[in-house]
Design a protein around this ligand. Sequence first.
Ligand code: NAD
Length: 367
Amino acid sequence: MSVFDELEAEYEEVVFFHDPPTGLKAIVAIHSTALGPALGGTRFWPFESEEEALRDVLRLSRGMTYKAAAAGLDLGGGKAVIIGDPKRDKSEELLRAYGRFIETLGGRYITAEDIGTARDDMDVIRRETHYVTGVAPELGGSGDPSPVTAYGVYLGMLACMEEVGQEHSLQGRRVAVQGVGKVGYHLVKHLVEDGGANVVVSDIDVDLVARAVRDFGVDTADPDKIHAAECDIFAPCAMGGIIRDDTIPELKCSIVAGSANNQLGRPEHGEALAGAGILYAPDYVINAGGLINVADELQGYNAERARARVESIYRTLREIFNIARDRHVTTSAAADAFATERIGRIGRVRLYWTPGGRGWAKNWGGR
Ligand code: NAD
């Protein structure tokens, strides 16, 4: 594989860190800093090969650029991977070596948790670098992002209801929630307690299903069939790839709106949904609450301000649906256009040099 072929002209920087005594092998990909420092999580995963790790970090960092831009943040897109089995290879010294490497990037990349890393790890990394978010609340962190993500999804559903010609309300509407884990549970709470919706849930973990039934009196469905439930909204809140060739013909909803990342098995499935008359809320737009929440840490975390910022998800989705209608494109294509056009407009303005480097991203010198 040629690394430069992989990078093409699109990526700003890719950094490889190796610290043999701790076994640290990490790659940081900075896709874009046009809007601000590149923020994205660190994935600790036993990749089959270095090539696979590089491909993943490149793909994920690009996704973060779009997500941050669409969320209206002054942040770019980046991501990191640590190659190894987190259960076997994670140690304090490895994480601290990683933190020191992150520090050398001078704030161009800011890390956070992802698959294989948790908040405790961010607390360790923070001992060596300013450029980490998602640390413990007592260290100035924003805590678990899931309730905020769920709130954003709930508001996004209201935008979807309006788009399909319904009222700004979920009262009496049927919503099928796939996965009642950290986000799904809080989403069901909003749907039932704030929205007055009629909810059916599924999860492969029977204890989590029992918790949702106990707390909110919801109906339950077979995990293999929840996507085919009779409902107004199908909300994927489990794994990615649930919108596929075999599931699309079985959908009985008019809206797909949930927190899961990468809901479409392939990009063409966005067209298939539109063809079936189903409105799709692009995943990286509706689930941006977690990123908006963690980004707030960079200014000294304020839960009220973060929650207010998450309300922008409603307005952004309305705008994206307008673009899709006006340009006769899918909502996913409209979201990509919305993000890239913002990078173009705001990124250009940021080319002007200002004395002392104004703008919060530059002002922020860490804690
Ligand atoms: P989680 O692991 O707490 O919950 C996922 C739940 O889905 C689990 O309870 C799991 O048992 C269940 N599940 C797995 N396969 C299933 C299946 N086939 N059918 C039904 N249930 C199944 O994770 P989470 O933090 O709630 O995240 C849910 C999704 O939202 C993920 O795709 C995640 O990447 C995405 N997301 C989460 C956040 C956040 O703030 N936590 C932010 C953005 C995106």
